[in-house]
Write a protein that binds this ligand. Structure first.
Ligand SMILES: NC(=O)c1ccc[n+]([C@@H]2O[C@H](COP(=O)([O-])OP(=O)(O)OC[C@H]3O[C@@H](n4cnc5c(N)ncnc54)[C@H](OP(=O)(O)O)[C@@H]3O)[C@@H](O)[C@H]2O)c1
Length: 263
């Protein structure tokens, strides 16, 4: 059970309406943490908020697009009177998959703005306050994709690699101040975003995690940073970190084509 005294009384979940974000909301509210939930679509956001309020906690919702230039100012204003002990940066699935040179730079920039700029800005904002208080936690959602380059998602994969290495540095810096940082690395997870993207979850032998399972694993290992690989994917992460790179990158590309039904 998550320690409310260390990570409470409020948690902010950027991307807290669906999938893994909603599972975090459910589990944190059951543990008695109040929540600020952020997402674009008001419908699922209010649905999740209503559900978790039934656990007896306070919930604030912020329907905004994290890509908007004033997103962090709005989050800062909406949480100015709250003691936020936990930041979960969950939003970040690939929003623009395309071959690089024929793609639109604006699309790639969106992936970078969400996964790098907003992640840094929110970690900076809330991390400073947690450090001053001498307690708290930051969870950044990573991906097995962040361990090697990939066709049609070269920017997403690179952004997730950035996040993982950033988490390691932040973990070192914040640990002496009682603030726990963990990059929660996911493999294939059955979320609404992936279902909408048409991912084939039925490939024999492929590990597919449920949102509730990976959220539970992340919360149980908040203090086991800087990196926690969820869903039984440690071997995959280890293998993708090795050499020779050409062989690994080609092999993963073949598996991804299968997952996306391209071969
Ligand atoms: N699912 C997988 O197989 C998988 C695998 C590896 C890593 N991951 C990582 O796990 C995290 C969660 O992934 P996911 O599959 O649940 O998809 P996701 O699209 O990142 O959605 C998660 C939540 O974020 C919100 N969101 C997305 N873009 C947003 C934006 N621009 N502004 C505000 N809110 C936004 C969504 O609500 P709205 O759409 O209403 O905004 C939803 O509540 C991501 O960081 C992803 O990279 C997932």
């Amino acid at each position: 059970m998550i320690d409310k005294n260390h990570y409470g009384p409020w948690a902010v979940i950027a991307g807290g309406s669906e999938g893994v974000g909603a599972a975090f909301a459910e589990q944190l509210s059951a543990a008695g943490l109040n929540l600020v939930l952020i997402a674009r679509k008001p419908g699922p956001l209010e649905g999740t908020a209503a559900k978790v309020r039934a656990n007896g906690v306070e919930v604030r919702t912020l329907a905004l697009d994290l890509l908007d230039a004033d997103a962090v100012d709005r989050i800062s204003a909406a949480t100015a009177d709250l003691e936020v002990g936990l930041l979960i940066f969950n939003a970040g699935a690939n929003s623009y998959g395309h071959e690089f040179v024929t793609g639109e730079l604006a699309g790639f920039r969106g992936v970078i703005t969400l996964n790098i700029d907003r992640q840094l800005e929110l970690a900076h904002h809330f991390g400073a306050r947690m450090t001053a208080r001498g307690r708290g936690g930051i969870v950044l959602l990573g991906s097995l994709s962040g361990y090697l380059g990939a066709e049609h998602q070269s920017i997403y994969a690179a952004a997730k690699a950035f996040s993982r290495v950033f988490a390691e540095g932040l973990w070192l810096e914040l640990r002496p101040h009682g603030v726990h940082v963990v990059e929660l690395v996911l493999g294939v997870t059955r979320t609404p975003a992936m279902e909408r993207a048409g991912l084939n979850f039925d490939i024999p032998g492929m590990l597919v995690a449920e949102p509730g399972e990976v959220a539970r694993e992340g919360l149980a290992h908040l203090a086991d940073g800087p990196v926690w690989v969820a869903g039984g994917n440690y071997d995959a992460a280890r293998q993708r970190s090795g050499f020779p790179r050409a062989q690994l990158v080609e092999g993963a590309a073949r598996a991804m084509r299968k997952l996306l039904g391209r071969s």
